[in-house]
Unconditional design. Structure first.
Length: 437
């Protein structure tokens, strides 16, 4: 498999770092590559080269989907992985082992194995588990440890990644990847959201999920989300991030009521059923996939061109993981839409605004200006624009000279959008009758 030039450069830099004289303690390096930049491809090529040098590799993930995804990528590089995962046979003689963090905690059979390099996928979570501390500080203290992440942040109540890793290597910034057409640009729309003033913060630094579900799963909010999708994203293959399972179903049912084919996937959805759901989305038999705690990792469908964010979060990592599901390039895909009903954009901003300082693993240095400090919202269509942007794509003018025209536009816009939606629906029906679709 051919790597992009920036992926090859990152592999080369990592190998050079590993060539440094080994001390009693192995190397601790963090590789930061934003979602969509090909982190798994980079890792597979790195593993192939490390095995050619005679190394044994332990690759650790935290979700079953990532076990399958990683194994498939390794096979594409002519590697035969072994597994340390419930439901998989143990083949410890193979040079690379793909392990579930949960199985490492539950089993002891692997503890007699030796590994030269341990790779932590989604290191902002996996490297902070109890078993991780045992592997890093005791069992494989002399081994090299490489962390992979697209979001190198921890919540304010938690230790930063620099407490584990000593070096950081970065893939190109999102702005460069977008400019070079390795990622697509976004258009950001911020919709009216729930009142979060009374929602408490848990020990993990995020909102109380039960209380959050109460304020977010409101019929008027779900209805407005569907209306805005009709106006702004009709026909786009879409994933929606909900607070809990009931909220996921509420969103899907609201779309189904408008004859938009929808589905739900969550943590309790069986693996085979998930694959069928993903296949239906790929084949456009489903347009809306509503989810809870599933699609942020291990889901890779580049054709997604709209992200509905109905799940507020205090986690910057989670926000950019959700946003990143729509950043991948695909044929006939020029951009991705974010419809944010969670207030997250105003807190964390745009993907393309992440710079080297914002991506720094040292918390005291990873300053990042909020979206509300960089952008202004169109009062008509809710699209967010740079502060210097004079006119919105809907026609609204931000300058005072056109206030009369703006007033007329504000009055006419809802009716225009209703007419446009009706026209889209009528066209779709005619196409089906005529056998054109």
């Amino acid at each position: 498999m051919q790597l992009h030039d920036y992926q090859q450069l990152l592999v080369d830099k990592t190998l050079q770092l590993l060539l440094k004289p080994k001390t009693v303690k192995g190397l601790r390096a963090l590789i930061v590559a934003v979602p969509g930049s090909g982190k798994t491809v980079f890792a597979a090529d790195l593993i192939q080269k490390l095995i050619q040098q005679g190394n044994r590799i332990l690759f650790i993930v935290d979700r079953e989907e990532l076990v399958t995804q990683t194994a498939n990528k390794l096979r594409a590089f002519q590697l035969r992985p072994g597994f340390i995962k419930a439901g998989y046979p143990e083949t410890f003689d193979r040079a690379v082992q793909v392990a579930s963090i949960q199985t490492l905690s539950a089993r002891a059979s692997w503890r007699s194995l030796s590994f030269d390099v341990v790779i932590w996928d989604e290191a902002h979570t996996t490297a902070f588990s109890q078993i991780a501390q045992e592997l890093i500080n005791k069992i494989y203290f002399r081994s090299h440890h490489i962390g992979l992440t697209g979001s190198p942040w921890r919540n304010c109540s938690q230790k930063g990644l620099n407490h584990i890793f000593d070096h950081q290597l970065n893939a190109p910034l999102p702005s460069e990847l977008i400019q070079r057409k390795f990622l697509v640009p976004f258009r950001y729309f911020t919709l009216p959201s729930a009142d979060l003033e009374t929602i408490s913060i848990e020990d993990d630094g995020d909102y109380n999920p039960r209380k959050l579900a109460v304020v977010c799963n409101k019929p008027y909010l779900v209805k407005h989300l569907v209306q805005q999708w009709h106006s702004l994203a009709y026909g786009h293959r879409t994933i929606a991030f909900a607070v809990d399972i009931d909220h996921s179903y509420a969103i899907a049912k609201a779309f189904e009521a408008q004859n938009i084919p929808s589905a739900v996937v969550h943590s309790q959805t069986p693996k085979r059923e998930r694959q069928q759901i993903y296949k239906a989305l790929y084949e456009r038999k489903t347009l809306i996939l509503s989810s809870c705690e599933v699609l942020t990792k291990g889901f890779d469908l580049p054709d997604i061109s709209c992200v509905l964010m109905a799940r507020p979060t205090q986690s910057k990592s989670l926000y950019f993981q959700m946003l990143g599901r729509g950043s991948r390039i695909a044929p006939e895909k020029s951009h991705c839409l974010l419809l944010d009903q969670a207030g997250n954009f105003n807190k964390y901003g745009a993907l393309e605004d992440l710079d080297a300082e914002a991506l720094c693993m040292v918390r005291s240095r990873n300053r990042h200006r909020a979206g509300s400090e960089r952008y202004k919202q169109c009062p008509i269509c809710f699209e967010q624009h740079r502060l210097t942007q004079p006119i919105c794509s809907c026609g609204y003018c931000f300058t005072s000279q056109r206030q009369d025209a703006n007033a007329a536009l504000v009055e006419a816009y809802p009716q225009l959008m209703q007419q446009l939606t009706a026209l889209k629906l009528s066209t779709e029906k005619l196409q089906k009758i005529g056998g054109l679709k």
